[in-house]
Design a protein around this ligand. Structure first.
Ligand SMILES: CC(C)(COP(=O)(O)OP(=O)(O)OC[C@H]1O[C@@H](n2cnc3c(N)ncnc32)[C@H](O)[C@@H]1OP(=O)(O)O)[C@@H](O)C(=O)NCCC(=O)NCCS
Length: 176
């Protein structure tokens, strides 16, 4: 079993989820912009929020991968989540990097900063030859983060967890 580590960047703390993150986790994932981007159903509620947080934390224990809770150092506020994702899915290529932030904090480079720390952490702690990111073609903001980190679009593919639309499969090879 593995512990979820804590990582510091210039402006952010990437830390394990805590039980008392639930109100802010629910608020971030109930923001209309986030619901639209992630196709979160109107039924998403406190129970779903807690189950997701528990899954993130559990993935760290089982696979040493998972999402961190992201705190803004200057205020201590929970502003989103970021990290890796390796679910048990037959059509999941390898270790995915992904993030979701409170729309109130978009446009400051926080997603790029957290994702850069995610990529660095993944190279240092996993053996994968490449990282990938699964992004819907309409999600320009997420594509912008991927491009700033050096990911390139490999292909579009329909994945079983989301059969209604193809996803862009973005890849980043391990540096030499
Ligand atoms: C994906 C998501 C996290 C991106 O957030 P974001 O705020 O656009 O991304 P960044 O934090 O990297 O900020 C980039 C913007 O900040 C600006 N910026 C300001 N200071 C910056 C800095 N120090 N470094 C980098 N960019 C900076 C950039 O110019 C860019 O502006 P632009 O959007 O006008 O081009 C956000 O849109 C989101 O949470 N979406 C909903 C969930 C989602 O879709 N998740 C991804 C699923 S695949």
């Amino acid at each position: 079993m593995h512990d979820c580590p804590t990582v510091e960047t210039e402006r952010l703390t990437l830390r394990p989820f805590r039980d008392d993150d639930i109100d802010r986790y629910l608020a971030v994932h109930s923001a209309p912009e986030v619901m639209a981007s992630l196709h979160i159903p109107e039924t998403f509620d406190r129970e779903d929020a807690w189950n997701q947080m528990a899954r993130h934390r559990g993935q760290w224990a089982l696979r040493r991968s998972g999402q961190w809770a992201i705190e803004l150092k200057s205020t201590g506020e929970f502003i989103g989540r970021a990290g890796t994702h390796r679910p048990e899915r037959h059509d999941w290529s390898s270790l995915e990097c992904g993030c979701t932030f409170d729309p109130a904090h978009w446009g400051h480079g926080y997603a790029t900063e957290a994702s850069r720390a995610t990529v660095d952490w993944a190279w240092a702690n996993h053996d994968d030859d490449q990282l990938f990111s699964v992004i819907l073609p309409a999600n320009a903001a997420s594509q912008g983060v991927a491009q700033r980190l050096g990911f390139t679009l490999l292909e579009e593919r329909t994945l079983d967890f989301f059969p209604s639309l193809p996803h862009g499969i973005w890849v980043l090879p391990r540096p030499e």
